[in-house]
Design a protein around this ligand. Structure first.
Ligand code: NDP
Length: 246
């Protein structure tokens, strides 16, 4: 197994891509700390993993809270004795063109999507450095590369995630810490229901994808596994698209 003896923390792991990442990392032997603001669904996701023979715990964590980050990372260290992999996955979506976007919405999306990744990175770097290294995988979006017809703060926040990832790679490579970003296209999760306002839009958008369909959360999770594991030991600061060729 690729992650035997490693510990991973995944944010937004109660459902969608985060839950799939937690399952895939656990299936490769990692001890997984699932975190989310959704406590009930988070515990369900944890139970699914332990029921399948994996090692996992759920911790309530709002990625915008620095005290939450400190508390949860301490709890993970107490329980598992280390932290080797951080997957900053939690995110929220908004659907507005620039002129329709309220400042408060801009701030909230930036707070969760960009500041949340910053706080997680800031909290986990000292722990990883002390252990001699680690891997940080940040979930950005294809919108960070191409812009978005429908969302504004969301696309900008994902650009911030991509640049912070490269900055982390540059600043902490000497500490053995790698940082990479994953850029999903259309993936079938609850969030996709907010992106595609009706079935017609969804069908048209899916037909425009070169592979002809939306992706599954597990297909993103396998890219995260690659970047989290030693299979990508000489890859840092990279942007990996998982978008069916879009
Ligand atoms: P989901 O909405 O299905 O899951 C996101 C999870 O993050 C939810 O459980 C959500 O809880 C949680 N969350 C939201 N805010 C916070 C917070 N402040 N602290 C902790 N957890 C929080 O989304 P996806 O699985 O689709 O998306 C996962 C990531 O992938 C996101 O970063 C998203 O931007 C990115 N992505 C997704 C794409 C897609 O097509 N699905 C495409 C490109 C990128 P709650 O329900 O309470 O908000």
């Amino acid at each position: 197994m690729k992650l035997e003896g490693k510990t991973a923390l995944v944010t937004g792991a109660a459902r969608g891509i985060g839950a799939a990442v937690a399952r895939v990392l656990a299936a490769e032997g990692a001890r997984v700390a699932l975190t989310d603001v959704l406590s009930d669904r988070g515990h369900e996701a944890q139970t699914e993993i332990t029921g399948a023979g994996g090692i996992a715990s759920f911790f309530e964590l709002d990625v915008t809270s620095e005290p939450d980050w400190r508390r949860v990372v301490d709890q993970v260290l107490d329980r598992y004795g280390g932290l080797d992999i951080l997957v900053n996955n939690a995110g929220i979506y908004e659907r507005n063109r620039v002129e329709e976007l309220e400042v408060e919405t801009w701030k909230r999306v930036m707070e969760v999507n960009a500041e949340g990744v910053f706080l997680g990175t800031k909290t986990c770097i000292p722990v990883m450095r002390k252990a001699g290294g680690g891997s940080i995988v940040n979930i950005s979006s294809g919108a960070s590369m191409k812009g978005s017809r429908w969302s504004s703060a969301y696309a900008a926040s994902k650009g911030a995630v991509a640049t912070l990832t490269k900055t982390t790679a540059v600043q902490y490579g000497r500490d053995g810490i790698r940082a990479n970003s994953v850029h999903p296209g259309a993936i079938d999760t609850d969030m996709a229901d907010q992106v595609y306002i009706d079935d017609d839009v969804r069908r048209r958008e899916n037909e425009a994808i070169p592979l002809g369909r939306a992706g599954r959360p597990e297909e993103v999770a396998k890219a995260v596994l690659f970047l989290a594991s030693d299979d990508s030991s000489y890859i840092s600061g990279a942007e990996l698209r998982v978008d069916g060729g879009s």
